[in-house]
Design a binder for this molecule. Structure first.
Ligand SMILES: [Zn+2]
Length: 448
């Protein structure tokens, strides 16, 4: 018996080898698609699609696409995936379909596309300017002469502004949530890379492919500790060791180190290891080598060359000021992100022995996130909208500008379907919950 062309059995190994622009295959719900003829037509841009090929991309695909998209995809089907190595959520529930309908109906009623928020340009401009001004404050000799303390204060604020560009330029461009133009996302990414010296492509793999597709799923979400023992114990799946009793103290020095470790490892992850934790990174396109060289040249000039040659600082002072910046940046970023996902109220979904997760993706996005300070514009601004974490996870392609407007729709739909929505009144209660969770999971479990 001969099989039809699109019913050929394809192994996971064969799929994983088809991970380039020349041979881009991706699997969704057991079907394998050859996207060679679609790659330049993808409305979400080529870079995002190239990150999804060579793997089972079911969770990522279903979180961003509707059934109409699946009809378009059908004509590119080439075969059936024999087995998968990724956890599989239950199919979309009535809750998910209804919530999507309600939010899209809201945008239709106001006559706006969820990505169109030109006012965001103001935020991007202010934050880039804040980075430049605080940078000048760090290294200007006249500022240091006016007050020897000011450069160190400027270094802390420079770290804050770098974290904020992450919440705005990086996050919005990597979710394609500002405009529908791939060149705009590309420009925002390269500005961010030039400022920070970090790779946005690695972040797309970590954040969009890993964290958003498998939020808090142990072993699949790269933001969740899955080693035994990890440095921190944050969920039941980790064995308890006595040193965890001290994690209520050592979380702070640990949180200050994030950016330095990322600066030392990200480009290596992309070009050499081709892996971020358990997530395989596909061979980068030639343009990525060009961009790496360009942005790292710009970064090296403002990070080291100018402070040494133009502002006349010693190497030691330059390194000390950058260290203060990195510590402030790491701490601010880590606390805000961890407050939303690492606390005792959220879910930690587990796949069964077959790799199946009993609930659908959207329900678990709500259950594994914690919101805080709804209706507080200052907190919303200072967190880049991530105080609406559940809303962001449900609709990552919607501009953060609209989160406060659609939050009530999400909350009302959750109420209608009995899906628990976690929300705290302020950032302080959310942070308290996070630190309390670290203390709780540091203690010896009763059953041990
Ligand atoms: Zn995100």
């Amino acid at each position: 018996m001969t099989l039809k062309r699109n019913e050929r059995k394809i192994t996971i190994k064969e799929l994983e080898a088809a991970n380039t622009a020349r041979k881009p295959w991706a699997a969704v719900r057991g079907n394998v698609y050859d996207l060679t003829k679609f790659i330049d037509k993808h409305p979400g841009g080529k870079d995002f699609l190239l990150a999804a090929v060579g793997r089972d991309a079911t969770a990522l695909y279903e979180s961003l696409h509707s059934d109409t998209n699946t009809k378009v995809l059908a004509k590119y089907k080439i075969g059936i995936l024999l087995e998968t190595n990724m956890p599989q959520y239950a199919k979309k529930s009535k809750f998910t379909n209804d919530l999507e309908k309600r939010v899209l109906a809201y945008f239709a009623s106001i006559g706006r596309n969820p990505r169109d928020a030109p006012w965001m340009l103001l935020a991007y401009g202010i934050l880039t300017a804040a980075f430049a001004v605080t940078y000048y404050g760090m290294f200007s000799q006249s500022v240091a002469q006016y007050s020897p303390i000011l450069p160190w204060v400027a270094a802390v604020l420079n770290g804050w502004s770098a974290a904020m560009t992450g919440f705005y330029l990086l996050h919005d461009s990597c979710h394609a949530s500002f405009t529908r133009k791939p060149w705009v996302w590309q420009a925002m990414r390269r500005v961010y890379e030039s400022i920070t010296g970090l790779s946005t492509l690695v972040w797309i793999y970590q954040h969009s492919l890993g964290h958003h597709s498998f939020t808090n799923v142990v072993g699949a979400d790269p933001d969740v500790v899955d080693e035994n023992p990890g440095i921190l114990r944050v969920h039941d799946g980790q064995q308890w060791w006595s040193f965890y009793g001290l994690q209520r103290y050592y979380w702070f020095p640990l949180y200050t180190q994030l950016i330095l470790s990322r600066k030392l490892t990200e480009w290596k992850c992309l070009f050499y290891d081709r892996r971020f934790k358990h997530i395989k990174i596909n061979p980068p396109q030639t343009s990525e080598y060009f961009w790496c060289t360009t942005v790292m040249t710009v970064y090296s000039i403002h990070h080291f060359v100018l402070p040494y040659t133009y502002f006349n600082h010693s190497i030691l002072r330059i390194l000390a000021l950058h260290t203060v910046t990195d510590i402030a940046w790491s701490t601010y970023l880590t606390l805000i992100v961890n407050a939303s996902h690492i606390n005792s109220e959220v879910a930690w979904p587990k796949a069964d022995s077959q790799g199946k997760i009993s609930e659908d993706w959207a329900v678990l996005q709500i259950k594994s996130s914690l919101d805080f300070a709804h209706g507080d514009p200052w907190t919303t601004w200072l967190c880049g909208g991530l105080n609406y974490q559940a809303v962001h996870h449900m609709f990552p392609y919607v501009s953060q500008y609209y989160y406060p407007e659609i939050a009530d729709i999400v909350k009302d739909t959750c109420k209608d379907y009995g899906v628990p929505y976690h929300i705290k009144s302020s950032i302080w209660t959310a942070l308290g919950g996070h630190l309390g969770h670290l203390s709780l999971f540091g203690e010896k479990p009763v059953s041990s």
